[in-house]
Design a binder for this molecule. Structure first.
Ligand code: DAH
Length: 400
């Protein structure tokens, strides 16, 4: 092939323009060492300047626009306007990322600064027209689809609407979040422990030896001789102390299980356990912490009272009472005239428990406490039956 059969273009053409598919001609090109392009166009022979190239190119683009316009009109008239998908396909064919019009717009890179706006205007006009025609076709297709539906079935416009139903959080969940919030802000770690404990963690390490009457406080679901569904969250203390050195500040939350069922007791309920261990921890700090906690749960006027009691894992031990939430301490039927309600147990960690987990009881002291979340929820919301909390009755749950 001689030189005359090449188009020699000295400037202006970008590589993108050379790759233009819209000319419907085969182009091949190579770059010369001086940065010029050498083009070969089918059936063409002769030399072309940059301007000459554009003279060839613009009419080609213009005929392309009118061809595309005709093609679109034809395909639009052939499109089934009962099918929304076929309108969408048409849109993609012309306006999609690799659509015909999109291609045409890309080709404008080859034009000179003066010619680009003229040509661009025409392409954009075509684009706007195509867009509008497609929007109209879409509306028609949607209307047709609706009419088709209406003609098949009957529409009873007197039926009530569906309405929105809002969910809400479960009262136990709310209390759990409040507890975590309160103690986490005071620097307590939160642990969940495990539902199944061995005899050691649930009893023995907590100073409740085998066959000792102290075990009778909790009627237990035994899975085997050595494994139980935990009867309290206190066992998590033991895991925690075994794995960490003081200072310790933690709470453990979760479900616990007991062979027990009446209006205020259920075989499964939730507890929160707390533990603080360090040098010089005193009972006074326990009282201060729980007094603040009671105020957080039951309001600023809530008073606390610590009644001497017994738990195998604390010495001394106490029962924590809070002024009655119903009568504010005056005495009513709910608090059996005492003005106080029992919330949970607490005390100073028994040195025997420290021995069991390898913490030096001469150096460290600590306090612990435990209470039921269900009981708090019942007091706060005046819930008469504990089973309501787990029965999943929507009429009950919708009240929160
Ligand atoms: N574990 C006890 C129970 O389930 C509650 C309890 C009492 C936990 C006193 C404690 C505590 O940590 O010090 O009845």
């Amino acid at each position: 092939m001689g030189v005359s059969e090449y188009i020699y273009v000295s400037m202006t053409l970008s590589r993108q323009s050379l790759d233009m598919p819209c000319l419907h001609r085969k182009l091949s090109c190579c770059t010369l060492s001086n940065g010029h392009y050498v083009l070969n166009i089918d059936n063409f022979s002769g030399k072309l300047t940059a301007q000459g190239w554009l003279n060839y190119y613009i009419p080609a683009m213009q005929s392309q626009i009118s061809q595309l316009q005709e093609q679109f009109q034809r395909e639009l008239s052939e499109t089934d306007l009962n099918e929304e998908q076929s309108v969408e396909n048409l849109r993609l064919k012309y306006l999609g990322k690799k659509g015909l019009l999109t291609d045409l717009l890309k080709g404008m890179g080859a034009l000179s600064a003066e010619e680009r706006p003229v040509f661009g205007k025409q392409v954009n006009e075509l684009k706007a027209a195509v867009l509008e025609a497609i929007e109209q076709a879409k509306e028609k297709a949607a209307l047709n689809a609706m009419n088709k539906k209406l003609s098949i079935g009957k529409l009873d416009i007197s039926l009530p609407g569906e309405g929105y139903r809002y969910g809400s959080t479960h009262p136990l969940y709310d209390i759990r979040e409040e507890i975590i919030d309160f103690f986490a802000n005071m620097g307590f770690h939160v642990d969940l422990g495990r539902d199944i404990e061995t005899d050691w963690y649930n009893f023995e390490a907590l100073n409740m030896p085998k066959d000792h009457p102290s075990r009778d406080m909790q009627d237990t679901f035994y899975l085997s001789q050595n494994a139980v569904l935990r009867t309290h969250t206190s066992g998590t203390q033991i895991h925690y102390m075994e794995n960490r050195k003081p200072p310790i500040r933690m709470i453990a939350l979760g479900h616990v299980f007991r062979v027990d069922a009446d209006a205020t007791h259920a075989p499964m309920f939730q507890q929160c356990e707390g533990l603080v261990v360090d040098e010089n921890i005193t009972f006074a700090q326990l009282k201060g912490t729980l007094a603040m906690f009671a105020q957080k749960l039951f309001g600023e006027n809530a008073k606390t009272r610590f009644r001497p009691s017994f738990f195998p894992f604390t010495e001394p031990s106490a029962e924590l009472d809070v002024s009655c939430v119903f009568c504010e301490g005056k005495g009513c039927r709910k608090c059996k005239g005492t003005g106080w309600m029992e919330i949970g147990g607490c005390g100073s960690v028994d040195p025997a428990v420290f021995d069991n987990v390898g913490i030096d009881p001469e150096k460290y002291t600590g306090f612990a406490f435990g209470f039921g979340l269900d009981r708090i929820a019942m007091l706060r919301h005046h819930i008469p039956e504990i089973s309501l909390l787990t029965s999943n009755d929507q009429r009950f749950l919708e009240q929160f």
